[in-house]
Design a protein around this ligand. Structure first.
Ligand code: ATP
Length: 270
């Protein structure tokens, strides 16, 4: 099925370079495939490789400027997953290492809009990401933000191992009743907005993981990050409505962010 679709790549055409990141299942390398700069993830464990092969099947069907593009897989020494190279790494490190003096508010808004557009595309395909967080957003050499890590993305959300859920990013109904939906992705998107406007801080700073779930259920919500535009904080809060049906769709969020982006003045040349 993969080879017919042209997703099966040739190990001999791959030039492997340096390690550029550490994933849960091993290192990520930069490389070149037929003249194109790529990132390569090698999964050696057979059981995990099988799960990832399923992930790549989802990815092969998706194409959007704000989703990290899968180029294909190589069946060699387990599984090699080959994606487009995102030269500036993940969004958390990008924001933490550069900070306010380099990244202006207009750029933050651009990243927010990029992710929202990618999610609007997934929403239109009725796919639920389930692990939307700034650590899973990668930045291209041209500063475009793209969504990666479709490991948990499923058309029909099945129950997962609760112990593995990213508690600080997951909507209350998804934590409690495993009700994952586009609207629970919207909750996570609100947390991601908070991460962006706080320049890569850990959400619910100083709060123990075990307290977050309970506090959030009782109605606690994070405060606005320093210097966060009120319009953006209002959007975050709408993403964190307890009732999922009261949260906006990605389409609605995108429309509001686009308007903001048009009105926003750049304060630096970055
Ligand atoms: P998974 O659960 O799929 O293993 P993970 O969150 O553990 O995901 P990876 O997706 O394997 O981590 O990525 C780990 C790090 O490697 C990322 O944070 C990023 O810095 C880097 N990385 C991953 N993919 C790319 C890419 N396409 N281009 C550039 N860097 C990447």
């Amino acid at each position: 099925q993969l080879s017919k679709a042209g997703w099966l790549l040739d190990m001999e055409k791959l030039i492997l370079g340096n390690s550029i990141g550490e994933g849960e299942f091993g290192a990520v390398y930069e490389g070149e495939y037929m003249g194109k700069k790529v990132a390569v993830k090698n999964i050696k464990c057979d059981v995990t490789a099988q799960a990832f092969l399923e992930e790549t099947v989802v990815m092969t069907k998706l194409q959007h400027k704000n989703l990290v593009q899968l180029l294909g897989v190589i069946l060699h020494n387990g599984l090699h997953i080959v994606t487009e190279l995102m030269a500036k790494g993940n969004l958390v490190n990008y924001l933490r290492s550069r900070g306010r003096s380099v990244v202006d508010v207009k750029q933050l808004l651009r990243f927010s809009l990029d992710v929202c557009e990618g999610m609007e595309y997934l929403e239109s395909k009725k796919l639920v990401h389930r692990d939307l967080a700034a650590r899973n957003i990668l930045i291209s050499s041209e500063n475009t933000a793209k969504i990666s890590d479709f490991g948990l993305a499923k058309a029909e959300p099945k129950s997962t191992d609760n112990a593995k859920l990213p508690i600080k990013w997951t909507a209350p109904e998804a934590l409690k009743k495993e009700k994952f939906s586009t609207r629970s992705d919207v909750w996570s998107y609100g947390i991601l907005l908070w991460e962006i406007y706080s320049y890569g801080r850990q959400p619910y700073p100083k709060m123990a993981l075990k307290d977050v779930k309970e506090k959030v259920e009782q109605g606690y919500r994070m405060e606005a990050p320093d210097d966060c535009p009120p319009v953006i904080y209002t959007l975050m809060r709408s993403c964190w409505e307890s009732d999922p049906s009261k949260r906006p769709s990605f389409r609605k969020l995108r429309e509001k962010l686009e308007k903001e982006h048009r009105d926003c003045k750049s304060t630096s040349g970055s």
